[in-house]
Design a protein around this ligand. Structure first.
Ligand SMILES: *Cc1c(COP(=O)(O)O)cnc(C)c1O
Length: 401
């Protein structure tokens, strides 16, 4: 007897921890913007692995790079050099206009690494008394799941029950420059911010906010760390979401799409005088910067270098937002975001975002709620206009009232 979709769901529930609440679809194969479940039913992927799949599933150039590298060498540890690391780091620095790269694996590790670097920089360069550095973060942030990162989360689900918490962080309201100005002290090492808050519901800050944050950081000798793990690498129509405000950060965290949807690849990129504080033995990762990750990452960078994906995201994003915007007042309260990224706020009195996600799934479109009332729409950047329209048509059918 072959296993049914229900069998796979039961298996997951019995044997894997219950830290997720997935939609009851069991994916067995995928290509481009489409996935196929164990019963052979096809669905349009309108979530793209929260931007980990910006280039779609199994992009041929990315799979080819992985296969080629699998046939040569996959892991060396950083005890030895290999022939992909330096090339990956140079290509990433060149594309992002930065000077140095710290390769890691998951997004949370990149954020952790940036926090460590910022603290060390504060003690060694800025002259903050040892152990006293403060890092300012924004309310409703999402930066990952490690104990330090959840210490400064304002989401009780992510934080409660996991203490004691790491000290050294101050939380100020997202979008509020006065609150940030008031929180900066001579001990402030860095401000960590998402240019667009994805997990919070694709929240875009008020116009001018990021520029003012940049100015406050510059004026007070404070590092600006932009977490572009979800917003970066083309999602908003530019390489970095910060570019929309003409802002350059001192450090950027990257992840998700950097691994091409094939394996976890993350990095901190930024200023040489900041990342340069790390000395041998002070930080590391067994898998960070491994040959396979670097080879896939290099193929990702090559796709981005053409500019085609950024241009697609910008132009299809304008189309997406025009179409979703027309639903406001018809079952939709608000649409936020930029590029191929939208937080669709469901009007009160309608279905919950979870129910909408389930109904979309039944109609062949995979999307996911974030919080109770927001639908997060983030199709792969390679999606065709026809497929994009198909997905939006389905959302319209489910939401329009
Ligand atoms: C997903 C995400 C992270 C964490 O990445 P993981 O790979 O899940 O650890 C950090 N910051 C932002 C903005 C994210 O969207």
């Amino acid at each position: 007897m072959s296993m049914t979709a229900a069998d796979f769901v039961t298996l997951d529930e019995q044997w894997s921890t219950h830290n997720y609440h997935p939609l009851p679809v069991v994916i067995a194969a995928a290509e481009g913007a489409w996935v196929t479940d164990v019963d052979g039913r096809r669905y349009l992927d309108f979530l793209a692995g929260y931007s980990a799949l910006n280039f779609g599933h199994r992009h041929p150039a990315l799979v080819a790079a992985a296969v080629e590298q699998l046939g040569r060498v996959t892991l060396t540890s950083r005890a030895f050099h290999h022939d992909q690391l330096g090339l990956f780091c140079r290509e990433l620095a060149e594309l992002t206009g930065t000077e140095m790269v710290l390769p890691m694996n998951s997004g949370a590790e990149a954020v952790e690494s940036a926090l460590k670097v910022a603290r060390k920089w504060a003690y060694q360069v800025k002259g903050v008394p040892d152990g006293a550095a403060e890092i300012i973060v924004a309310g409703s942030n999402f930066h990952g799941r490690t104990t330090t990162i959840i210490s400064f989360s304002t989401d009780d689900t992510a934080r409660a029950g996991f203490g004691p918490y790491t000290p050294g962080f101050r939380v100020v309201k997202y979008g509020d420059t006065q609150a940030l100005a008031d929180a900066i002290t001579p001990r402030t090492a860095a401000v960590l911010v998402e240019p667009v808050q994805g997990e919070a519901g694709v929240l875009t800050p008020p116009t001018g906010y990021l520029r003012e944050v940049r100015q406050l950081c510059t004026d007070n000798d404070v590092l600006l760390i932009a977490d572009e793990i979800q917003s970066g690498l083309g999602r908003t129509g530019t390489l970095f979401a910060c570019e929309h405000d003409g802002v350059t950060a001192d450090l950027y965290t990257l992840g998700k799409a950097l691994g091409g949807g094939i394996l976890p690849v993350s990095a901190v990129v930024g200023r040489r005088d900041v990342l340069g504080v790390l000395q041998p033995g002070e930080h590391g990762s067994t898998f960070g910067g491994n040959p396979l990750a670097c080879a896939v990452g290099r193929a990702v960078l090559e796709l981005l270098r053409s500019g085609d994906y950024l241009a697609r995201s910008a132009s299809l994003g304008t189309h997406l937002h025009a179409r979703l915007g027309s639903l406001v007042g018809h079952g939709v309260a608000e649409v936020r975001g930029r590029g191929l990224w939208a937080g669709v706020e469901i009007a009160p009195g309608g279905l919950t975002a979870r129910e909408v996600s389930e109904e979309l799934m039944r109609r062949g479109v995979l999307c996911k709620e974030t919080h109770d009332t927001t639908l997060r729409v983030a199709p792969p950047l390679m999606i065709s206009r026809a497929d994009l329209d198909l997905g939006v048509d389905t959302i319209t059918e489910v939401l329009a009232r």
